[in-house]
Ligand binder design. Structure first.
Ligand code: ATP
Ligand code: MG
Length: 443
């Protein structure tokens, strides 16, 4: 009888172990990324999960001979001797002198886009149309390896701070914050909504676990085609109870971002190097009140008409201002107007026109909104009524307040937005693996 033990024998030597095998024969499994044939020798780049391994073919190395069926994008098992390779910068690199190539599979066709060059050279829309193929390009895949690092850092840091990871439902009877950007869904004849955020559920879990977080997709029916909005994006959310002030939330986010950036610099160094990422140094993040930030914008920029919120140009200006004044890539803007924040936001007891809320700007664009929430039942019901909402429709949500909740608050951080600005992209779609926008639901 065959028994499954959970043990998978290693049949491929990772590049990181090449040094230890210098002069020895090893076998590596991977995809043939690129073949450059010269008159009597050839370079074959083998793409493994995270590396490109240079393999050199010469009839002098063995009896093995290259044949035409060995094509780019074939899955292969290459056996060869590990030798040091010459590099322009004198750094330590290793390559394989090929002794044998065993093909594991061959492609049926050549890729529709050239992916074996350093960079994909096609329009964004073509890149996105062929995503399953274009993501194989090392620079493209590095984007999402870094994105994985961001999520991992978020998760690791919050776990270290005793947060519990949760998953809230994405199909809901009521839209979290209402408004025009909710997707409606026919649910066996009833109208239901796709979650715009995990807001109401993460708050409900504060009296249960005190601190919770979620990394999951959220859905926004953005009716416009902008360079920074997707219709489905990954929201990294947390909510924490027993806060003394809403600055506790900003401190938690700052600690989290420091951890993320350090993790990227250490564990994701190859991708950071490949994409020449300027990873921000964070010691502390400056804060400015919305009112003061608005005054700065009015003084410096022309034609500002909306005094209640920021236009993208104003955020960009504030980003530059924070860099000049504080040498910071980040800026917290606090105390947004009560009128402009959602119904669950706590008003400032010292000035009810404003809220105990904040946005975090990164290099001049919003990446986070957060703040303290209302925890008192009567206060929440009153605020709903003031805003013309019917508290009866929020019976489930209000159980949180009715049956007791500690002072709490939290935030939502857009993963693609953060990735986009970290990597210096002009369009958020570059930072989404399979983006969903007003014109695109495939691949
Ligand atoms: P914006 O003003 O930029 O449209 P918002 O204030 O409506 O964003 P929030 O509800 O505050 O968005 O969402 C929290 C975070 O989620 C934002 O700071 C941003 O990082 C991200 N985010 C919001 N909407 C989108 C979207 N459509 N696509 C990608 N990320 C988004
Ligand atoms: Mg916001």
């Amino acid at each position: 009888m065959q028994e499954i033990t959970g043990f998978i024998p290693s049949t491929s030597t990772p590049y990181s172990e090449f040094k230890a095998h210098l002069g020895e024969e090893v076998t590596v499994k991977g995809t043939i990324h690129n073949i450059r044939e010269m008159s009597d020798f050839a370079f074959i780049l083998l793409r493994t999960a995270r590396d490109l391994i240079q393999c050199v073919y010469s009839p002098e190395f063995s009896d093995f001979r290259l044949s035409p069926e060995i094509a780019e994008q074939s899955a292969a098992k290459i056996t060869g001797k590990v030798v040091t390779s010459e590099t322009r910068d004198g750094s330590e690199r290793y390559e394989l002198q090929i002794h044998n190539i065993e093909l594991l599979s061959v492609p049926a066709d050549i890729p529709p886009v050239v992916i074996s060059k350093k960079q994909i050279n096609c329009d964004l829309s073509v890149n996105l149309d062929y995503r399953p193929v274009t993501l194989r390009n090392p620079k493209e895949r590095a984007i999402f390896k870094i994105q994985e690092g961001i999520q991992r850092g978020f998760r690791e840091y919050l776990q270290s701070q005793n947060f519990t990871e949760i998953h809230s439902p994405k199909i809901n009877f009521a839209g979290a914050e209402g408004g025009t950007n909710v997707f409606k869904l026919d649910y066996f004849g009833k109208t239901v909504y796709l979650a715009q955020s995990p807001q109401l559920y993460k708050q409900a879990l504060v009296p249960v676990y005190e601190r919770v977080f979620e990394i999951a997709p959220v859905f926004r029916a953005e009716h416009h085609d902008t360079s920074r909005h997707l219709n489905e994006y990954i929201s990294m959310d947390f909510e924490m109870g027993f806060i003394d002030s809403f600055t506790d939330i900003m401190n938690m986010e700052t600690g989290c971002l420091k951890h993320i950036m350090n993790l990227l610099k250490t564990e994701y160094a190859p991708e950071i190097e490949l994409l020449k990422v300027n990873v921000p140094e964070i010691t502390s993040i400056p804060c400015i009140r919305f009112k003061d930030a608005k005054e700065l914008c009015v003084k410096k920029l022309k034609n500002i008409t909306d005094m209640k919120d920021f236009e993208p140009e104003e955020e960009a200006f504030l980003g530059k201002w924070a860099k000049q004044q504080y040498n910071s890539d980040f800026l917290f803007v606090t105390h947004y107007l009560s009128k402009k924040r959602p119904f669950y936001t706590m008003d400032d007891p010292e000035d009810p026109e404003v809220t105990l809320s904040f946005d975090l700007l990164f290099r001049g664009i919003e990446i986070t909104s957060g703040g303290q929430r209302i925890h008192d039942y009567n206060m929440q019901v009153e605020k709903m009524k003031k805003l013309g909402m019917n508290p009866d429709e929020f019976e489930t949500y209000l159980m949180l307040h009715k049956y007791g909740a500690p002072p709490h608050g939290g935030l939502g951080l857009g993963l693609e937005r953060l990735t986009m600005h970290l990597l210096g992209f002009k369009n958020v779609r570059y930072a989404a693996m399979f983006p969903r926008d007003i014109n695109r639901v495939s691949p």
